[in-house]
Design a binder for this molecule. Structure first.
Ligand SMILES: [Cu+2]
Length: 176
């Protein structure tokens, strides 16, 4: 767990050489900046919290509710946030007080990582394009420019660390 446990991985043995006609494109896709003047709202989510009531109750990784977003765990029937389809917002994932790594993933939206405060205090080269997941290390707060799909619906956002998402570190948002 958290990179400290031993685990088995699959091993691939390459036994012969193959040919492939693939060529890299001459020009890569252009990145289009978000329209800043169209940001309609800012939302902040505390992802550092763990539920102290259940933290000591067991470590079965099976929905014991240790890991939270804004001190909440997943409820299929609850809508946690309401957004406007096609709109752009600033979403802030705050792991300032946390001691675990959270790769945060948003469904039904594409975002740009605007900045990272604390921790590494920088954006990596791979964070300059359009993303759907952002890594938030302990002590870090990231701000994202999130543009929601034009299609209305109910979507989730969650930590993509398998142990954490299985532990209900996930909320719903409704886009309409
Ligand atoms: Cu996590």
């Amino acid at each position: 767990m958290q990179g400290r446990d031993k685990f088995r991985i699959i091993k691939f043995s390459v036994e012969r050489r193959e040919r492939d006609a693939f060529h890299l494109p001459e020009v890569l896709s252009r990145s289009v900046p978000h329209p800043f003047d169209s940001i309609v709202q800012t939302r902040r989510f505390d992802i550092a919290g763990t539920d102290e009531m259940t933290e000591h109750a067991g470590h079965d990784m099976g929905g014991s509710g240790m890991h939270t977003i804004d001190h909440k765990t997943f409820d299929l029937e609850r809508i946690d946030e309401h957004v406007r389809a096609g709109s752009t917002e600033i979403w802030e994932f705050d792991n300032s007080g946390g001691d675990e790594i959270h790769p945060m993933h948003i469904h039904g939206a594409a975002f740009r990582v605007f900045d990272r405060i604390g921790g590494r205090s920088l954006l990596t080269a791979t964070e300059r394009g359009v993303k759907d997941t952002v890594l938030v290390m302990p002590g870090e707060k990231v701000r994202l420019l999130v543009t929601f799909s034009a299609h209305p619906g109910k979507f989730v956002f969650h930590c993509h660390n398998l142990e954490h998402e299985e532990d209900d570190m996930m909320l719903n948002y409704k886009s309409s």
